[in-house]
Ligand binder design. Sequence first.
Ligand code: OSB
Ligand code: MG
Length: 375
Amino acid sequence: MRLQGAELRRIRMSLVAPFETSFGVQTERDILLVKVITSDGEGWGECVAGEEPTYSSEYVEGAQHVMLHHLLPRLVAQPELAATDVASLLHPVHGHWMAKAAIEMAVLDAELRAKGESFGRYFGAVRPMVDCGVSVGIHRSIPDLLATVGAYVEQGYRRIKLKIKPGWDVDPVRAVRERFPQIPLQVDANTAYTVSDGPHLARLDEFDLLLIEQPLPEEQVLAHAQLALVVRTPICLDESITSVQTASDAIELGACRIINVKPGRVGGYLEARRIHDLCTERGVPVWMGGMLETGLGRAANVAMAAMPNFTLPGDTSASDRYYHRDITEPFVLHDGRLKVPEGPGLGVTVDMDYLDSITSWREVVPADRLGAALR
Ligand code: OSB
Ligand code: MG
């Protein structure tokens, strides 16, 4: 397969409700999509970088720049491009995991569509449907939070994740646990605490949580291991895990007992699969994280979540939890589960008229222009 060109697109999509985390509030998304055009057909990738560099150092404008000027040009001269080669071809560029992941996803989609193989089959999916959880943002009040959680429980979600931060932790978690004594429950701090908050976070132990996700800053891996000695609830890492190497080190150090796998954060689905396999060997359960993806990213996430060691429900919620209208056929919850797509590649189809109507910027770059140093 030869890369003949790429189409980059920015789309704007309003969220159905504001989503507040310890690092900010989002009401709308500005999403970068990449379509690769190859000798064997086309493939789609979704970049999970946010509008601002607040979850990680990556952000959508930077991802667009690095893709056009530094990443895509490295793929053009390849006579036999394969998805499994993308990471090594892009390796000279440091970081930029989300941008790299989107490109690899697009190449993999093109390759699998051409072969007639689905992402699920390629990853070795062991179930036709995956259990879904939902990530619930910080709310204005506990009654508001209880109403939101109640509606999700009603819709069938199999696990609730509450976003927490200092000042919004023990009380909201207690309230949700009292109202829903049986629901699998976990929390996500997005790095908002310090290691000296250990005794405070240990107050969450009484609520029978599945895990506490990323309480401390991403580089503080050892501090997570120290925190794990003070808090009984298992620690799960998100932001800290950027590769199979950092995953292996974190497990070895005792910094986490569970890992949130986000393909965008680790440079792609192939590295994510290696993390899944490492965790299987180490007896560490994993679950599929989410980055408020459209139907494209969601299709791939759901396929990967069907791998055997994804034993906890993921942040793979239905399309309508995020958007009034998705850019593909919507993912719909059935008894708290989403169906793994079965068609070739991602197995979903982009609604091009709708996509065009929400596109704020688009550039089609043929391979020869990518090859000529664009910088
Ligand atoms: O930390 O898991 C996170 C969304 C954006 C950035 C970071 C995170 C999240 C979520 C939402 O928790 C997950 C989802 O439903 O896609
Ligand atoms: Mg998280």
